[in-house]
Design a protein around this ligand. Sequence first.
Ligand SMILES: Cc1cc2nc3c(=O)[nH]c(=O)nc-3n(C[C@H](O)[C@H](O)[C@H](O)COP(=O)(O)OP(=O)(O)OC[C@H]3O[C@@H](n4cnc5c(N)ncnc54)[C@H](O)[C@@H]3O)c2cc1C
Length: 501
Amino acid sequence: MTALIDARTLPTGTVLQTDLAIIGGGPAGIALALSLAGSKLNVVLLESGGMNFDPAIQKMYSGAETGVRYAPLDAGRLRQLGGGTNHWGGWCRPMDAIDFEARDWVPHSGWPISRKTLEPYFPRAQALVEAGPWIYDQKGDADNAAEGSVLPLSGGGLYTSWFQFSKMRGDILPTQFGNRYQDDLKRAPNIKPLLHANVTAIRLGANTKQVEQLDAATLTGKHFTVKPRFVVLACGGIENVRLLLASNDVMKNGIGNQNDLVGRFFADNPIPRDVATVVNFAGPLAPFYGANQNLPDGTIMRATFAPTAQFCRSARVGGSLSTIEQPAELDETGKTAVITTALALGVEASNAKAYSLGCGIELMPDPERRVTLSGEKDALGLPRLKLNMRIADEDFTRFNRTMTELGRQLLASKAGMLRINCHTREDWMTRMDWGHHHLGTTRMSADPKQGVVDADLLVHGMGNLYIAGSGTFPSYSASNPTLNLVALTLRLGDHLKKVMA
Ligand SMILES: Cc1cc2nc3c(=O)[nH]c(=O)nc-3n(C[C@H](O)[C@H](O)[C@H](O)COP(=O)(O)OP(=O)(O)OC[C@H]3O[C@@H](n4cnc5c(N)ncnc54)[C@H](O)[C@@H]3O)c2cc1C
């Protein structure tokens, strides 16, 4: 077994020649490196952080935020081996087929690949995130629900869907990619993982089409270079923008930014809390609604309400996943509403229980929701970032159409009822939380005028620079991104094996 190399021990001026340089050791960078383990390619994995959190390294992530209140740029990301998986929640769900489609009610939507293209990579991605056997919505609800039964919804726009959860081992959940896969990285003779190695510039040749060199530095003042045949940028959806825009000595607007797209269309999944109150006339809901459920084989699941593709089309709504949060107390008006509604429906509701419902929403793509360089610099002289965060009223009103439909289905099945709690922008914003899913900034499109990378994740106009991660998602889905970005990255690994052979 080789070791993880501490770049601070390299002599200044070191030049590393390699087939492939992967910049960033989060789940995307690690998944890619592991997919190439044992291949004929020599791979250098450059990771800014070490094995543990270090405030000085983390500070390089800080930046400025304007617009709608959002997490500080150094809070929703982690700069250490394993990246965001050192603090992720482990919620996993594959994206739906409709998420990849061009939807005429979702501006700028449509991937150049379909879900079918990604499907062969889901099993390996599922194994890497350690979310157990692929169950999700494949089996019947009864198989997924070990204890209790699902809420009967009448036919209509929403159905019960299922999350699975990443689980590293025993009680440790979820999988932290750095800790979990460090030995696999060490074991691979063709992979050289460097820690404390910050890439500070991507240097192009005079023809502007090839990366010739990466400049790298440590916080202790060491400088070295990597000369790769191919490069994959895997620093996360926000940080990839910074390296592309700041590497502007040859292309003055930054690499891949000839159409002013790098950093635009940033998105996250808003996860406002308590957006609705759900009442179950029959009493307490089954435990898998409000908490994670352990199946006998160790798989962890949780139920959620998802809109069908047909409903998304007819009601012109985006994706959303609405999940029971916790029991709620009804006020006097609410209690009266339950009694009168149950009477009108002719059902027994003396044990009725109320719950708050939270959700994860797919935002509509917006080119002005955007990451740019600011005038500030970090400890290594790299310009810091500025995020302009926006969310449109229409994003909220679309989601309320989905909630109205869920309420209709509950009444139609005589199972319960639903009250919408958010009517004004202020209602939404006071309940707002974010998924920290960094999407869209280097969007994928077959058309170079509409995207930064092509269907193979190659930067348009470049011959040897690729991008991995959820920044390449051109539209977003409500499903959590990591399982999906790992699948997309494994596909990139197969592509690189072919083009680099
Ligand atoms: C609190 C929280 C909860 C989350 N929960 C979930 C969840 O439940 N489900 C889900 O699917 N997703 C979740 N996420 C999102 C998830 O963490 C990300 O989708 C995932 O980490 C992105 O992977 P990545 O490899 O593209 O980027 P990152 O994980 O951000 O990794 C990028 C890596 O690049 C390194 N790096 C950065 N700059 C440089 C540089 N210049 N040179 C060298 N290396 C560099 C960083 O140190 C880091 O290790 C959550 C995120 C947060 C913050």
